[in-house]
Design a protein around this ligand. Structure first.
Ligand SMILES: [Zn+2]
Ligand SMILES: [Zn+2]
Length: 155
């Protein structure tokens, strides 16, 4: 009996079947559908395959899909937690004058002053050693303001 393409349901002519791998399970599709779907992978492909109702590895692919969704949710939660930790340690100080994004505080950061510090090249002539600066940086556009809390370091 000729195999049928799981996507379009058409009978696949002998030796024209293509194998599509989804989460380690192989399904047989026609050449046209292979062209259409072989660039999909992961969740997208698994959803497409399950939607056909014709997958011979339906249960396995469904489990694979659930695992992938769970893994993606865990990644999202991890990223959210990281973002929260970042926000807690970098309090918002106001709005960015360039784009209106949220400015966040960094530092104090100690800059080593030397020939390699292009940022303070004019000051380098006046200073040696290091200088403590506090930064406020826009999280959206990267606009940064410098604060130099210790005037002594500039004198
Ligand atoms: Zn097909
Ligand atoms: Zn900005």
């Amino acid at each position: 009996m000729a195999k049928k393409c799981i996507f379009c349901g058409e009978e696949i002519p002998a030796f024209n079947g293509k194998k599509l791998d989804c989460g380690g399970y192989t399904e047989t599709v026609c050449a046209d559908c292979f062209e259409k779907y072989h660039n999909l992978y992961g969740v997208e492909l698994a959803q497409k395959i399950l939607a056909t109702g014709r997958a011979k590895n339906h249960i396995g692919i469904r489990d694979y899909l659930n695992e992938r969704i769970k893994a993606e949710q865990e990644t999202l939660e991890r990223e959210k937690k990281k973002e929260e930790e970042f926000n807690n340690s970098h309090p918002e100080t106001g709005k960015c004058p360039k784009c209106g994004g949220s400015m966040r505080q960094y530092g104090p950061i100690t800059f080593k002053l030397g020939e390699e510090t292009f940022l303070f090249s004019d000051l380098n002539r006046l200073m040696s050693g290091s200088m403590a600066v506090r930064l406020e940086r826009c999280k959206e556009c990267g606009y940064t303001e410098f604060y130099t809390p210790n005037e002594n370091e500039l004198l």
